[in-house]
Design a protein around this ligand. Structure first.
Ligand code: HXC
Length: 510
């Protein structure tokens, strides 16, 4: 008996060494943790249970039968984050560069299926060289099996990808189909084809960083939802994110103790809107004052900054915040902002997370760049996302709600549940100057007349009351009571039950 126990220990120890000490040292030298060290940081202490530790590849080409390493380049299993189950797989770069063989793919598929069956989030940690070159089509087949499970799990359990090293070729498409992608600055990169292939095909000279580093994917391509300075920070932030998310599309929203009153007035909010309607202010100040303890997990912080998206809690329960940001491009809706917010709204709707929307939007961005870039379809994505969402939707118009953007931003007409406006709200087809120049074109040379028309337009339309008189706004509220109003509305809407008509799936304007 003692001998078999010893043999088990020996085999476990060997598997835990992955590709051996030299490769572990090389990994550390690059500033990266190993797969198992990452899992230890991410999960609650001692909670990890590994599956398939002894799996080896079955390849016999290119002398591969002589090099078998237990685990085959990926560590899989489950554990807990603050007591809640999470499944995960972590690519082990020390074993064949984390590359994907048929056996490696089977391990990932197994953990994906367990996560889906048992309805808990799955997190993938990437640090790998793509398809195992020696395995050819078996590796390609393995990738497609993983992709298929990603799609089946989409909208059922949260799927999160963290890129912590190379992520190229076949490895990029699985993360791309998950809900969120995060990267580690300087040590991670993502691309379909690397710098050498780019040089051959397009004659462009690029580095891995400038082709697919964190700075590219968080600011230009919007592939990544955020980036962190090192492995430890990224993993700790992922714990924070997982904590905010329900386990599945049928699970309750996580609820934690809330120690901050919702009834206290925050008088500073009465002074948030500047006297001059064209002056910017920081909408994040409002979000931080509404969210419990000012705790806000922002998604896509560095991309399309004219709209802010992210998670927080109100009275201990998760909500998604979407807010136009007057500090950037006056909070205008453009293609990037529309796509960014649409994806976020759809995520919240998949997982029953109520959406709180703060509106201060001067309209859609005019111009050929936007129109040629498909603004109509991109704007429609956000419109579609809000309109199909059946989760509780609470909207607060703080200042401008002009034109089509008024409709889009969770208006009453898109089944907004509670639509509030601050007294500073201006709900109109457009701003006063533009409106007067169109309807009083004949008076354009007469400054006095134009001033009088502008004043009349401002008095009539640039207030929340025309909309309130029609019931498009449920109540005009004091800014200082916004947290209380939102908290009460969220309580009132807890049992909301609103199905959409049956359909196989919708046809969102992609
Ligand atoms: C087999 C691989 C491998 C791979 C790396 N290794 N990539 N083994 N298949 N794809 C092995 C190396 O042989 C080496 O083994 C170890 O991993 C570490 O690799 P290094 O090159 O020494 O590390 P580094 O210098 O850090 O470079 C990392 C790298 C590079 C940039 C990822 O290894 C690389 O370019 N690999 C190939 C990437 C690639 O073209 N993959 C195929 C993509 S096509 P030893 O024994 O020396 O430690 C694809 C198609 C799928 O994925 C499409 C499906 C839709």
């Amino acid at each position: 008996m003692k001998d078999v126990l010893k043999e088990l220990e020996r085999r476990r120890d060997m598997a835990r060494m992955g590709g051996g000490q030299a490769r572990i040292d090389a990994q550390h030298k690059k500033g990266k943790l190993t797969a198992r060290e990452r899992i230890d940081v991410f999960l609650d202490e001692g909670s990890f249970e590994e599956f398939d530790m002894y799996v080896e590849h079955r390849s016999t080409d290119f002398g591969m039968e002589k090099t078998k390493i237990a685990g085959d380049g990926v560590v899989t299993g489950w554990g807990t984050v603050n007591g809640r189950p999470v499944y995960l797989f972590a690519k082990d770069f020390t074993v064949f560069g984390g590359s994907l063989s048929e056996a490696h793919a089977e391990k990932v598929v197994k953990v994906q299926e367990m996560a889906l069956r048992n309805r808990a989030p799955i997190v993938g940690l990437y640090d790998a060289g793509g398809a195992r070159i020696q395995e050819g089509v078996a590796a390609l087949g393995g990738y497609a099996e993983i992709f298929q499970r990603n799609v089946l799990a989409s909208g059922v359990i949260p799927q999160i990808s963290v890129i912590m090293g190379p992520c190229a070729g076949g490895d990029v498409y699985s993360p791309a189909m998950t809900d969120f992608i995060f990267m580690v600055r300087d040590t991670s990169y993502m691309f379909v084809t690397g710098p050498d292939v780019v040089k051959t095909v397009t004659n462009e000279t690029v580095t891995a960083e400038s082709l697919g580093g964190a700075s590219v994917h968080t600011t230009k391509s919007s592939i990544a939802d955020g980036a962190y300075d090192n492995d430890v920070e990224a993993l700790l932030q992922m714990r924070r994110l997982v904590d905010l998310l329900p386990a599945s599309n049928t699970a309750e929203i996580p609820e934690i103790e809330c120690y901050q009153s919702v009834t206290d007035h925050d008088l500073s909010l009465d002074r948030l809107i500047p006297d001059n309607a064209n002056k910017p202010y920081d909408i994040k100040e409002l979000i931080l004052k509404i969210a419990d303890e000012g705790d806000f997990f922002e998604i896509q912080q560095s991309f399309a900054k004219n709209i802010v998206t992210g998670f927080g809690r109100v009275e201990g329960r998760t909500v998604g915040f979407v807010a136009n940001q007057p500090m950037v491009l006056a909070g205008v809706l453009d293609s990037d902002a529309s796509r960014k917010a649409a994806r976020f709204v759809r995520f919240c709707d998949c997982f029953s997370i109520p959406i709180v929307t703060f509106v201060d939007v001067p309209g859609f961005l005019p111009g050929t760049a936007q129109e040629y870039g498909g603004l109509i379809k991109h704007g429609a994505k956000l419109l579609f996302a809000y309109a199909e969402a059946t989760v509780p939707k609470i909207t607060v118009i703080t200042r401008k709600a002009y034109g089509g953007a008024y409709d889009v931003m969770a208006s009453k007409h898109l089944r907004g549940d509670m639509n509030y406006a601050w007294p500073t709200a201006q709900i109109a087809v457009m701003g006063a100057r533009g409106a007067v120049e169109i309807i009083y074109r004949k008076d354009i040379g007469d400054a006095e007349k134009i001033a009088a028309h502008t004043k009349a337009y401002e008095d009539r339309f640039l207030s929340p009351f025309v909309a309130a008189e029609r019931g498009y706004v449920d109540e005009v509220i004091m800014p200082h009571s916004t947290r209380r109003r939102i908290a009460r509305a969220l309580r009132m809407l807890r049992n909301k039950d609103m199905p959409n008509p049956w359909k196989k799936h919708d046809n969102i304007p992609l």
